[in-house]
Design a protein around this ligand. Sequence first.
Ligand code: NAD
Length: 334
Amino acid sequence: MANTRTVTIINGDGIGPEVMAATVRVLEALKVPLEFEYKDAGTEVVAKFGTNLPHETVEAVLRNGVALKGPTGTVVGGGLPSANVGLRKRLDLYSSLRPVKSVPNVKTRYENVDLIVVRENTEDLYAGLEHIIVPGVVESLKIITEKASTRIARFAFDYAKKNGRKKVSAVHKANIMKLSDGLFLDCCRKVGREFPEITYEEVIVDNLCMQLVKDPTRFDVLVTENLYGDIVSDLCAGLVGGLGLVPGANIGERTAVFEAVHGTAPDIAGKGIANPTALMMSAVMMLDWLDMREAARRMEGAIQKVYGNGQVRTGDLGGGSTTREFTDAIIAAL
Ligand code: NAD
């Protein structure tokens, strides 16, 4: 087929294969010009490859330029480094983009939440530079650079401009980390001056958390360093009904990996009851990124329609539908 794009599919661990199968069914039903190339990553493939991120998986994503990924498990303390962090570093996926939007008929404390979290993905405490100084004392290095801060600030303002957003809020703790977060803010201010049509503000991260739970509608685009972004974006997911609903993308100069923000959900894995909405919405972001906009709107519309009808929903949202029943409903609504 002309202009067919190949997407690397990484099922991942736990509920990954279940929500991925559901999402690929919907993409196939849309009849978009996509081909799927399945590659492995995660804890469940370590025995086979001796690593949770095989070289051929990274090579495939580089070659295809785009991947749809299920969650991969990480061992807390010890064990292999996270496959996610490895993928982001090796592909230089410097920007994490997470739209957080209210879903019809999903009752939460707020309606009309519509914000975007743009998180720097490559440095900060996530550089994983830790060492034992003497037994009982560990040093963990927070790295902030002008280059990465400017790049993420530019991504956030560019995104705001292209998507009709009005305000960018830089999230920081520069009152305490005057040098590192101070540098991040300097870069945001500098880039912000190139976008006079977009309002720029700065919010201290603890105050931001309080403001978000009081009234999330006062925010538009948030731009953050890596660690604050990790925490704030899960907080934001909670504002619209939880991890099963929120999509995400990790974007670099030429490559993008789309994935839900939730983890492997070991407590429900293999039961066929996981909510595939977050990965499906990540696939919608992928279709937009591939410029398949009509298909993206159809898929998004079908998801909204199913939630709007309120009949079919999975257990995490108080319903009794299985992953398959939910997916059938989405395909019927396309
Ligand atoms: P989790 O997101 O896996 O689960 C938290 C809770 O949310 C669980 O009760 C789970 O059942 C529920 N949940 C999550 N997704 C759901 C869905 N789609 N449908 C219904 N319910 C859902 O978080 P966790 O337990 O902290 O992490 C488990 C593993 O996942 C860890 O190894 C962690 O490192 C990994 N993880 C991976 C990613 C990723 O690959 N992007 C992200 C976060 C966590």
